[in-house]
Ligand binder design. Structure first.
Ligand SMILES: Nc1ncnc2c1ncn2[C@@H]1O[C@H](COP(=O)(O)OP(=O)(O)OP(=O)(O)O)[C@@H](O)[C@H]1O
Length: 325
């Protein structure tokens, strides 16, 4: 199976699988990557989030050595010349493409061969991967006879068949239906359990929220946030929703200044002092608490706060377009 072979003891894993320092990439006068520092810890699942045009693809290509930065430098699996590590890396580009007449298992083996894997090993692994993924019937089928989602899965298998130490996936979820998205999430987790580093870009916050140990939120070529999804969420205070039987009373004085009332419910951010002083005042003032909830903000709310509402709207629209496609 994939990933059974650990990295040889002679090549100790660097602490970061990918590092970029002061990266700038311009197209004409346009700065697609505008001064990015990034470090992807080895063995983690790391997500780059941002709307279309944010610079995610350009950043990934720069880190991989497919394009050279105008400024800054990068280290890929510890190497200053990223292409030297090509055999240790699996890269799924945003533009998908396979030879339509090639059989599924041959396509996977062919992609592995491009990364140095002997064809006969690739063929055996390809068959096992397809079989293990419930796609046994597709092994001998030419790509042109596969559904879009199946072809994408074949390309993904071709990306990892040589058992890379680092897997880089550009928008891997787009074009997949819900079931295949779940399978891909499981596959990513499985690879991470084997010690493989996964770096992927996405404009769908939910995938990043479920999968990533760390994220970078990118907008207009810059990183707006870097850290754990939890730390991004902690940038916002929890929201309180309160319904009281009494409409008014002395207790109203203790509701925070940002309180708004909507449809009989008081909404406000959890005060720094916590909920207890407020509860005491509500009880003493006989407000009659009918319902009370404290909700921690999700990554989506954090994204809006960090990247701005326009970027969040763009992300959502792209997500809907991808689903319709
Ligand atoms: N080869 C190129 N020549 C000129 N402009 C480019 C080139 N590649 C990217 N750009 C521009 O750089 C910006 C960032 O593009 P990039 O593809 O990196 O963003 P992205 O976040 O990956 O978005 P998408 O998901 O749409 O690819 C865009 O405005 C794009 O038009």
């Amino acid at each position: 199976m994939i990933g059974d072979t650990p990295a040889p003891a002679s090549t100790p894993e660097p602490p970061y699988a990918v590092e970029g320092h002061g990266l700038v990439k311009t197209f004409g006068s346009f700065r697609a990557v505008d001064g990015i520092d990034i470090a992807v810890p080895a063995g983690t699942i790391y997500g780059i989030l941002g709307p279309n045009g944010a610079g995610k693809t350009t950043l990934l290509r720069t880190l991989l050595g497919i394009v050279d930065p105008d400024e800054g430098h990068r280290l890929l699996l510890g190497a200053a010349r990223p292409l030297r590590m090509a055999r240790e890396v699996g890269y799924l580009p945003e533009e998908r493409g396979l030879y339509p007449s090639m059989k599924a298992f041959e396509a996977i083996a062919f992609m592995g061969a491009l990364r140095g894997l002997p064809l006969h090993v690739g063929r055996e692994r390809a068959k096992a991967m397809l079989d293990g993924h419930g796609m046994g019937a597709a092994i001998d089928k030419p790509i042109r006879q596969l559904s879009k989602g199946m072809a994408q899965t074949v390309q993904l298998f071709g990306t990892i068949v040589h058992e890379p130490r680092l897997i880089v996936l550009d928008e891997p979820f787009s074009g997949l239906d819900a079931i295949n998205q779940e399978k891909l999430e499981a596959l990513i987790r499985d690879q991470a359990r084997r010690g493989v580093t996964i770096l992927f870009s996405t404009h769908v916050i939910a995938h990043a929220e479920r999968l990533c140990e760390r994220i970078a939120i990118v907008a207009q070529g810059r990183i707006r946030f870097e850290g754990t999804p939890g730390a991004a969420r902690d940038r916002l205070r929890a929201r309180v929703r309160l319904r009281t039987r009494a409409g008014d009373g002395a207790w109203r004085q203790v509701l925070p200044a940002d309180t708004v009332q909507d449809d009989g419910i008081w909404h406000f951010a959890l005060p720094d002092a916590g909920i207890e002083p407020l509860l005491r005042a509500l009880i003493d003032g006989q407000a009659g608490i009918e319902s009370l909830s404290i909700e921690r903000p999700g990554l989506h709310d954090a994204f809006v706060a960090i990247a701005g509402a326009a970027a969040a709207k763009a992300m959502q629209e792209q997500g809907e377009e991808a689903e319709e496609a």
